[in-house]
Design a protein around this ligand. Structure first.
Ligand code: ADP
Ligand code: ZN
Length: 758
């Protein structure tokens, strides 16, 4: 019997759900996931039913005003996923809900619902799909446009497509034949209709065919383990995903998670050219109206494939049949605010709840995933070679210690007394670039730091220019002649003299992509050079435009940060120059080597994907570092072995789990005191588990980035094994920890499985 009291999760940062009483009329009629209207202070709000109890927890419990839907709006598997996220990531359920359900959906039909459905002309098939196929074949010669429109409609979910995406004359012809109806219906923004022509499937390589056989077995329900697709760059992982999606029965839906939508234009256009049904693209930049449309269309089962960033893991697909996580090692799958969930982990749970096969894929799997494969939790599908016999690029490590003090780039005589500019590109790389360009090939330069120069220092007093809000150096940006903070966005025009001592002795030091671009332009006058970093990609559509220009051969050289490292395919690119991997290697984070290995492997993997072999030159001061040596040898396994040994010795993931308690506050001393007191509470609550050797509490210590946006930062790290040894007691203590933080005037964020400890 259902209790007389109901727990309701609101879209608020409350520590838990609020309790209401169930009025007589609703007794026994409320179900989890259902929306209810409840009184809140002087007003009211919409929440979701999350549980029941027989007794009031406090006095003065107010009644639910009314139930809003017959059928729970939040499908049971999504409700289960939201609850799982709240529990696993120590987050209030209201915030987990907020991450999962678009606002316009939660307030549907109520005052706050800004979004309404819009009607458009929709064409729908009036005869069975099999007959439509036969008719399309008959019409192929006499009325080819009608034939193509029929094929598209037959492939679309429910045989419906917006009329605007099909040939108008052809539709009218089909309507006259009585096989297609055209009527106003809700329009779905964000769903891309299939293009007129679909490319035929490629001939799979040996490894692809073998991998697909296993995936086919999973689709047929013969095996339930998730797959780790470990395929070198250009091995055809995407091909494997496509084939799995195509083979899914038409009443099932697939979910494909990608790390960052702005970089997936190439992938999405590739998918669309190959899939004969509409694809929905889901990401956080969608408007509320678009999210509302997508949610409803997905819920109605009209979308066969959702491609999206981490929040797409919450797409309401009624018969989820396949979940794919591309580039599973990417850190952007982690949400850095409450709930701090990892979309890969959420996707695994979502698939488990739906009983759907999962593919997680990468050329450089995270240590967590590779270890699960080693332990048998995942089945490993290896694609060790590129498709069609294309070789992996040859990677050379260029020891920068042997190439010091190079001559100025331009070769022009230096004005007397001018300081010699250090040259960023060492002569062997410069020569290789010249040769590649002379042969008509394209060249890519990677440097993971944007701006012109990351430090500015006074040569007289030694002071550096720093951000007044953050404890970091300001980066000089040449086009605007200003210094910027990359953490808070502070900017100041470049001063002529040192702000500390007044001497006209400011010197720019170090280098970023702008300086690299300038050097390349000087070295190769007349060549088209493009730059892709967050500065050039920030204008809407500018990033994809740079990629499209380079892809179309409208430029010879591309310079960029890690934005150029990911998943891009440029057949004419044969040379990649990697600068400054040392920056990545030396970050104060235990995952620094893993990130360096991954980024260098990925950026190297852009070279030689067409019919000409690729070459990669990595300039470094640490050519003996195991991460670089393994990346150069395309030897993931030796990296994995070496890195695992280090992680195991120090008790880091994947050999233990971490929980970070991140604190920030306006006042340094108050923060330090609060951090000590909260660490004391954490130690007390984990005392038994610590004594049993299943937990260790470290800190508090100032974060490596100690001050950001005028806030001082400190962190407490808990190492646990298993995770629940820490998460269990902390879950029970969260409310009190948050209360203590609030009383001390500091902000506390609980981050389970943190991906960055900066
Ligand atoms: P990955 O995702 O592993 O880097 P992709 O799946 O993007 O590789 O494949 C790279 C390119 O190779 C794509 O243009 C794809 O169409 C092509 N390709 C993949 N597999 C094959 C194959 N078996 N035969 C021919 N081309 C293929
Ligand atoms: Zn700043």
């Amino acid at each position: 019997v259902q209790g007389r009291f109901v727990d309701v999760a609101l879209r608020l940062a409350l520590p838990g759900p609020l309790q209401f009483s169930v009025p007589e009329a609703l007794l026994g009629r409320l179900v989890p996931g259902q929306r209810v209207l409840v009184p809140l202070r002087a007003g009211r709000d919409v929440g979701y039913v999350v549980g029941f109890s027989g007794e009031p927890k406090v006095s003065g419990v107010r009644p639910v005003q009314r139930a809003l839907d017959e059928v729970p709006q939040l499908p049971p598997d999504l409700f289960a996923l939201v609850s799982w996220i709240a529990a696993r990531y120590l987050a209030p359920i209201g915030l987990a809900l907020r991450a999962a359900v678009p606002q316009a959906v939660q307030y549907e039909g109520l005052r706050r619902a800004a979004a309404r459905e819009r009607l458009v002309q929709v064409a729908s098939l009036l005869l069975p799909v099999a007959e439509a196929g036969g008719l399309a074949a008959q019409l192929a010669r006499s009325a080819p446009a009608q034939s193509r429109a029929l094929v598209s409609l037959a492939a679309a979910p429910s045989g419906r497509l917006p009329a605007a995406v099909l040939n108008r004359g052809a539709l009218e012809g089909l309507a006259r034949r009585g096989v297609v109806g055209i009527a106003p219906a809700p329009m779905v923004r964000g769903v891309l209709a299939p293009p007129g022509e679909i490319l035929p499937p490629v001939e799979p390589s040996h490894a692809q065919a073998a991998a697909f056989q296993r995936i086919g077995a999973a689709l047929a329900g013969e095996t339930a383990r998730p797959f780790l697709v470990h395929g070198v760059t250009g091995s055809g992982k995407t091909e494997l995903y496509l084939r799995a999606v195509r083979e899914l029965p038409s009443d099932r839906q697939a979910l494909l998670l990608v790390p960052e939508i702005s970089l997936t234009g190439q992938l999405i256009s590739h998918l669309r050219r190959r899939l004969p049904f509409p694809v929905a693209v889901w990401h956080h930049q969608l408007s509320d109206g678009e999210k509302y449309d997508l949610w409803r269309a997905a819920r109605r089962g009209e979308v066969r494939l959702v491609v999206g960033t981490r929040s797409a893991v919450f797409a309401p697909l009624p018969r989820l049949g396949l979940v794919i996580v591309d580039e599973e090692h990417e850190t952007s799958y982690k949400q850095e605010e409450t709930p701090c969930y990892h979309a890969r982990e959420a996707a695994l749970e979502r698939a488990r709840l739906a009983g759907a096969p999962v593919l997680v894929g990468s050329a450089t799997p995270s240590l967590e995933s590779r270890r699960r494969a080693a332990e048998g939790a995942y089945e490993l599908l290896a694609l060790p070679e590129r498709h069609s016999g294309i070789p992996l690029p040859v990677v050379e490590l260029l020891d920068l210690r042997l190439h010091r003090a190079p001559a100025p780039v331009s070769g022009a005589p230096r004005p007397r007394g001018a300081p010699e500019e250090p040259r960023l590109i060492a002569p062997p790389l410069l020569d290789a670039a010249g040769e590649a360009l002379a042969a008509g090939d394209q060249v890519l330069f990677f440097l993971n730091r944007r701006g012109f120069a990351p430090f500015t220092q006074c040569r007289r007093c030694g002071e550096g220019l720093r951000c007044p809000n953050c404890r970091v150096s300001l980066v000089f940006h040449a086009p605007e002649r200003e210094h910027r903070c990359h953490y808070c966005g502070y900017r100041v025009p470049a001063p002529e003299t040192c702000p500390s001592c007044g001497a006209p002795a400011l010197r720019l030091a170090g280098s970023g992509t702008q300086r690299l671009e300038q050097e390349i332009r000087r070295a190769f006058p007349g060549r088209e050079v493009l730059r892709l970093d967050r500065d050039t990609a920030s204008r809407k559509g500018a990033g994809p435009a740079v990629i499209a220009d380079f892809e179309a051969g409208r430029a010879d050289v591309l310079v960029g940060t890690q934005l150029v490292a990911k998943g891009l395919h440029f057949p004419r690119l044969t040379l990649v120059g990697v600068l400054g991997p040392d920056l990545l290697l030396n970050l104060p984070d235990f995952r620094a080597a893993e990130r360096a290995f991954s980024i260098v492997s990925q950026v190297a993997g852009r070279a030689g994907r067409g019919d000409r072999p690729g070459r990669v030159i990595v300039q470094t001061l640490q050519p003996e570092h195991y991460a670089l040596r393994a990346a150069a040898a395309h030897d993931y396994e030796s990296f994995y072995a070496e890195e695992s040994a280090f992680r195991e010795e120090l008790g880091y993931p994947p050999f233990a789990d971490l929980v970070a308690l991140r604190l920030d506050g306006a006042d340094r001393d108050r923060l330090a005191a609060a951090a000590e007191s909260i660490a004391g509470r954490v130690r007390a609550c984990l005392a038994a588990e610590t004594a049993a050797g299943r937990c260790r509490v470290l800190g508090p210590v100032p974060a490596p980035l100690e001050r950001i946006r005028n806030r001082w930062r400190s962190q407490i790290i808990v190492k646990a094994r298993p995770l629940e040894a820490a998460a269990g007691p902390l879950r029970a203590e969260t409310r009190r920890l948050q209360e203590a933080a609030r009383r001390a005037g500091v902000h506390l964020l609980l981050d389970v499985d943190p991906v960055s400890l900066m």
